[in-house]
Write a protein that binds this ligand. Structure first.
Ligand code: FES
Ligand SMILES: [Fe+2]
Length: 408
């Protein structure tokens, strides 16, 4: 993928105008969205989930995130993050270990850094009064634990926003039982996010997935995209369960063994029969069942649970797929979820169904691209990303901070 930032080119105002209109005709590159185009390795200024919390102990665990190499380590009940490259001779600090509480020592010559601050507090092989001490500081990362996972903030020296401001709101305030999968996958994170929010593919690509076997899907539907807060929602307007293609014939995704299509269009879950909606989910009053937010979080609301996908940029060619299924129940009412999740959902949804997405993300090769009507969903996501990134850069500049060059 060749990409260049193009923020100040003479065509920029024209592109901005076209972006405001939403759709661009004909073949497209991505220069309409210069920040998005430049964000091959991800958007800085966000918290990203990197592993499960119980995978981090008192030995360093390597992480690659937004093209940066770091490690996480637990000490005194807290998890810390630090840049992985030892500043002495450049070996990975994650090969080292803890020699003193609250520190990590490099495996090579024993330079010892405080986990909290990154300060070099000892150089073991230069004795207790080594003059290098106090003169070197290793970059550290802010780390939080949420939803059973470790989240790392990658920014440009700004104060991180509270992680709860970035999580899906309903996960912050409500008890939920979670089923999760974290999977390293090939392909750019933007393809993964675009695939997740892509209007057209689920009805066709996934029509034969086991997860969909007994559930009807429309052939096509009309949709509008609605912005509410920091999310954009796909709102289904009219669904067509079969269609006559001129000169070709009839096409339908229905089969005798599938449930009957619902009579009306609904925006909580788009398939199968009406069911009672979980009160926490109902209370959100989501305008549409599929929504996406920065920095690449997908939310699919079903009547009884919500499925989330976090697309975590590892580097320009790899991402982490983090699938989270949340059932808003407490106590013994969580038991049916475990049975359902471990017995079926984990394999059918997070496994085979999501494996079809994985395959498409691996083989997507864009730009250039030639978009069609349902790709309005992709365009609106790019627009959200672009506008949010621009606002963040303005804030950084106001604070006198220099953002990292995403194309470097
Ligand atoms: S390379 Fe790390 S202490 Fe020498
Ligand atoms: Fe999909």
């Amino acid at each position: 993928m060749t990409e260049t930032a193009n923020a100040t080119s003479p065509g920029a105002p024209k592109r901005a105008a076209r972006r405001r209109q939403g759709m661009l005709p004909g073949r497209q590159d991505w220069s309409t969205w210069p920040h998005y185009q430049a964000a091959a390795s991800g958007f800085r200024g966000y918290w990203y989930p990197v592993c499960f919390a119980d995978q981090v102990g008192d030995k360093p665990r390597k992480v690659r995130l937004l093209g940066e190499d770091l490690f996480v380590i637990r000490d005194g009940g807290r998890i810390f993050g630090m840049k992985d490259r030892c500043p002495h001779r450049g070996v990975p600090l994650s090969y080292g270990n803890k020699q003193f509480p609250g520190t990590v020592s490099c495996v090579y010559h024993g330079w010892t850094f405080q986990l909290e601050t990154g300060d070099l507090v000892a150089a073991i092989t230069d004795g207790p009064r080594s003059p290098i001490c106090g003169k070197v500081r290793q970059p550290t990362y802010d780390v939080e634990e949420r939803l059973g996972m470790v989240w790392v903030y990658v920014g440009d020296g700004e104060r991180p926003h509270p992680i709860d401001e970035q999580l899906p709101e309903e996960l912050v305030d409500n008890a939920a039982v979670l089923g999760q999968r974290i999977q390293p996958r090939a392909g750019n994170w933007r393809f993964a996010c675009e695939n997740g929010y892509d209007e057209g593919h689920a009805k066709y690509l996934h029509r034969a997935a086991l997860w969909r076997l007994f559930k009807p899907m429309p052939v096509w539907n009309t949709t509008k995209i609605v912005k509410r807060g920091r999310w954009i929602y796909r709102v289904q307007e009219k669904q067509y369960w079969e269609a006559e293609f001129p000169g070709l014939g009839r096409w339908s995704g229905q089969a005798w063994y599938k449930a009957r299509p619902p009579k009306e269009t609904r925006n909580i879950g788009n398939t199968s029969s009406h069911r009672e909606v979980n009160p926490v989910i109902a209370a959100q009053e989501f305008p549409g069942f599929a929504s996406v937010a920065m920095p690449g979080v997908l939310r699919i609301a079903y009547p009884t649970f919500i499925h989330y996908e976090f697309y975590v940029p590892v580097d320009a060619d790899n991402h982490l797929y983090v699938g989270v299924m949340a059932d808003f129940q407490k106590g013994v009412r969580t038991l049916p979820f475990y049975v359902k999740y471990l017995g079926a959902v984990r394999w059918l949804f997070h496994g085979q169904f999501s494996g079809q997405d994985r395959w498409m993300v691996e083989v997507t090769d864009a730009p250039p691209e030639r978009l069609y009507r349902p790709d309005e969903s992709l365009l609106q996501w790019r627009r959200l990303a672009e506008d949010t990134a621009e606002a963040r850069l303005d804030r950084l500049r106001e604070q006198g901070l220099t953002p990292a060059d995403p194309t470097a």
